[in-house]
Design a protein around this ligand. Structure first.
Ligand SMILES: NC(=O)c1ccc[n+]([C@@H]2O[C@H](COP(=O)([O-])OP(=O)(O)OC[C@H]3O[C@@H](n4cnc5c(N)ncnc54)[C@H](O)[C@@H]3O)[C@@H](O)[C@H]2O)c1
Ligand SMILES: O=C(O)C(=O)C[C@@H](O)[C@H](O)[C@H](O)COP(=O)(O)O
Ligand SMILES: [Zn+2]
Length: 376
């Protein structure tokens, strides 16, 4: 059953995600005001709006008013977590479950995640586990969440030992991305989202990398047309992969390009990504993609020019491309053994055969990983 809204968004796009539990990603301007569209995805009478301390003051009331107008009978509560990756924890997850209990959320209730990937992952995991699974609607407000985290149903919280170590696959019932929310997004967070956009080009489509190169200035200037195209293309790439491999039994793992390095960086520095001397997720993935491309070259899988070109594109997009000196290579390598792609045979990396050709590679020697981590 498709849940796509009967009316297309004005000036927007709808991308369908297939599979066992299909849903629509709607991208357009002003969608947070569209109470009918959000309410269309709700089945029961209870909903918990989950947001963070930066996003709630900006957008929560808009959503609440729109929903109350569309569904006057809705019992809607708000739960706000502190903003930041360092709060994507079991403690905050527990507090979110407390809010669902307080609301009296029944099995037909819905969690509405309003925010970036941190809110989306944590709220999604609360929805996945409350009464063994209730609905979740994703209202992404960062570029990264619009192009990646709100789509595909990976939900999780971090542990001090590693990223996203506790979670579940739980596809949303709908993804509704209001691109006007990007107007308040800090520049650094916009650039972090562009890292995941570039990832799609790196693993699937070298022409898309060339498009990003040509439009880098427009994207950094938040040009509406360039941004809409980048979001729609990214959602199409992701929808295609997760429709065919929702549980990462195969090629969905390609979406982890740069992440074995990136997650190790995030965990090793302690997750405090914004406002401190540490990388956020998109930035860590940017450094991780450069390292993955260099590792591919070292192993003879890909031309060195492609690694150089990717590094240059990411730098043009204002992203970091070098490992922070304070992070010790041996400590990062040790972190990688808790990566979710590792198995009894050891580490597996997503590398590439050159731009646009992501591939999963097993049996990468520790020495090669350390050599890449030690290269300035
Ligand atoms: N589930 C997945 O498939 C998936 C994919 C990619 C990333 N992730 C996860 O997503 C997280 C990163 O997400 P993120 O980059 O969105 O970070 P985030 O959620 O921390 O948001 C970044 C910052 O921007 C603020 N913010 C959000 N929207 C805003 C807006 N419109 N205006 C002003 N400020 C706003 C937030 O409060 C926060 O301070 C990581 O935990 C990562 O592991 C998950
Ligand atoms: O959707 C996916 O699959 C991804 O790998 C997308 C990644 O950008 C994202 O950061 C994801 O959360 C990483 O997954 P994990 O399984 O390595 O925790
Ligand atoms: Zn990611």
């Amino acid at each position: 059953m498709s849940l796509s809204h009967p009316h297309p968004p004005v000036g927007g796009r709808v991308i369908e995600v297939g599979g066992e539990a299909p849903y629509a990603i709607t991208v357009g301007q002003g969608l947070l005001h569209d109470g009918d569209r959000i309410a269309h995805a709700l089945r029961g009478r209870h909903a918990l709006l989950v947001s963070d301390s930066h996003v709630a003051p900006l957008y929560a009331q808009i959503v609440e008013q729109a929903l109350h107008a569309a569904r006057p009978d809705l019992v809607l509560a708000r739960w706000v977590m502190p903003a930041g990756e360092q709060y994507k924890t079991l403690v905050q997850y527990g507090a979110c479950l407390d809010a669902l209990a307080q609301l009296g959320a029944t099995r037909d209730a819905c969690v509405i995640a309003l925010g970036g990937g941190v809110v989306g992952d944590l709220a999604g995991f609360a929805a996945a586990s409350w009464m063994r699974g209730i609905d979740c609607v994703q209202l992404p407000t960062t570029l990264l969440a619009m192009v990646d985290s709100s789509v595909g149903g990976k939900t999780a919280v971090d542990l001090p030992q590693g990223k996203n170590l506790v979670g579940a696959f739980h596809p949303p019932r709908a993804v509704i991305a209001d691109t006007t929310a990007l107007h308040t997004l800090p520049d650094r967070e916009l650039r972090a989202g562009l890292a995941e956009v570039a990832k799609y080009g790196a693993i699937f489509d070298r022409q898309f990398l060339a498009w990003l190169e040509r439009h880098s200035r427009d994207l950094l200037a938040r040009d509406d047309a360039a941004m809409a195209e980048a979001i729609a293309r990214s959602c199409e790439f992701k929808a295609d992969v997760v429709s065919r491999d929702p549980y990462e039994r195969g090629h969905r793992a390609l979406l982890n390009f740069g992440h074995t390095f990136g997650h190790a960086i995030e965990a090793e520095q302690g997750y405090a990504g914004v406002g401190r001397d540490a990388l956020n997720h998109g930035e860590a993935v940017a450094v991780g993609m450069v390292l993955a491309a260099r590792l591919s070259t070292l192993l003879g899988l890909a031309p060195a020019e492609d690694a150089t070109a990717l590094e240059s594109l990411l730098a043009t997009l204002g992203l970091p491309v070098r490992l922070p000196e304070r992070l010790a290579p041996a400590a990062l390598l040790a972190r990688m053994y808790l990566d979710k792609k590792a198995d009894a045979q050891g580490l597996r990396f997503v590398l590439w055969g050159g731009a646009g050709e992501g591939r999963v590679v097993a049996g990468v020697p520790d020495d090669a990983v350390l050599a890449v981590l030690r290269t300035p």
